[in-house]
Design a protein around this ligand. Structure first.
Ligand SMILES: *Cc1c(COP(=O)(O)O)cnc(C)c1O
Length: 354
């Protein structure tokens, strides 16, 4: 079978062995029953849920006092759940506007109270991560996006926040070491670096909840899901199961420190080609470049058809940049093999030497 190199930004590449195991479990997970036709309260699924949680805890080194939830509604529902649960009535929150997803989070938060934009990089079409901004004295929480999937920028040094720190890590969770204790809420849609679409991982420090005096609908209340162990209603069993398999794969590989090194190598290799190839240029400021989503464009647009054709011939898929940036975006998440990156580099090379 000749392989397609999947550079899709999301839903994205998953390890082959995970896909194989997942397809087996669709047919026969337990006693000739499919994973997706057994009760979520059965013993075999209970094991999956607990295993998934313990792998998250283990891989990210999460101390006691945090809850690990698998919710639905995507990262996008978190844009509303965060202010619903954390913003006091007549309260305020501080946001960093670093891209499309951050802007969407801001739009929802504004429906709950006062949103203060600490910094905004829209002037540079979000090609940089703002630094050295001032924060107000009082606010209910600070919100940032660790990796801007569409623009290919990534926060390398998180700001020190004197207060509640919330981070959307949808597109770089499990890709690098993070110090959990600096965060109060981390959330991530599964489909970028953890599993198939359908579940959202939320890691939340228990002590920050229950302080807003808001009446919160049960499904949107983090405490509901904490009390019921992510089983208040039927959880997205398939997505949680495949996430569990992916996290197991990651652990067997050597965990976060191993994958972080691999991700750095993969990104260095590709950025090096972009910087040294006269036909291409990167679109993000160098120091803020993402190790997950590598955005670049052709200097000479007349080469576009040639490049696209060569990519197609090499079985490179999903390279088109987001419509708001144009150009190309190579998403090189954890499961992306270095060999696929070498195939892309080879095509870029050949185009230059044509
Ligand atoms: C993809 C993405 C989202 C949206 O995720 P959904 O699960 O589709 O709602 C939010 N934030 C970031 C950083 C993303 O990359």
């Amino acid at each position: 079978m000749s392989k397609t190199h999947n550079f899709s930004a999301g839903p994205c590449i998953l390890p082959q062995e995970v896909l194989k195991q997942a397809s087996k479990s669709i047919l026969n997970f337990d006693n000739n029953l499919s994973l997706i036709e057994i009760s979520h309260r059965s013993k075999p699924f209970d094991y999956v849920m607990n295993k998934a949680k313990s792998l998250v805890k283990d891989l990210l080194d999460i101390p006691n006092g945090y809850s690990i939830l698998f919710l639905q509604g995507g990262a996008s529902l978190q844009f509303s759940m965060i202010p619903y649960n954390l913003m006091k009535i007549n309260g305020s929150a501080v946001y960093l506007n670093t891209g499309t997803w951050a802007s969407k989070a801001i739009k929802e938060a504004k429906k709950f109270g006062n949103v203060i934009i600490a910094a905004d990089s829209s002037n540079s079409n979000f090609s940089t991560i703002p630094k050295n901004y001032n924060l107000p004295k009082e606010f209910d929480y600070f919100h940032c996006t660790s990796n801007n999937t569409i623009y290919g920028t990534q926060i390398k040094e998180f700001p020190s926040i004197n207060g509640v720190m919330v981070c959307d890590m949808s597109s770089d969770i499990f890709s690098r070491k993070i110090n959990i204790e600096r965060f109060d809420v981390i959330y991530a849609g599964a489909q970028k670096n953890m599993g198939p679409a359908g579940t959202t991982l939320v890691i939340i420090k228990d002590e920050i909840l229950g302080k807003t005096k808001r009446e919160i609908p049960s499904m949107l209340n983090y405490n509901t899901h904490i009390e019921k162990d992510s089983m208040f209603n039927t959880p997205p069993v398939f997505s949680i199961y495949v996430s569990m398999l992916t996290l197991k794969w990651l652990k067997n590989l050597g965990g976060i420190s191993t994958i972080e090194k691999e991700n750095q190598n993969k990104a260095d290799l590709l950025y090096n080609e972009i910087d040294n190839n006269s036909l291409f240029e990167g679109t993000a400021t160098k120091e803020d470049r993402s190790n997950m989503n590598v955005c670049f464009k052709l200097v000479d647009k007349s080469k576009e058809t040639d490049f696209n054709n060569m990519c197609e011939k090499a079985k490179i898929s999903g390279l088109k940049g987001h419509r708001s940036v144009g150009g190309y975006r190579a998403s090189i998440y954890n499961a992306m093999p270095i060999d696929s990156i070498k195939v892309l580099i080879d095509v870029m090379h050949k185009l230059e030497n044509n």
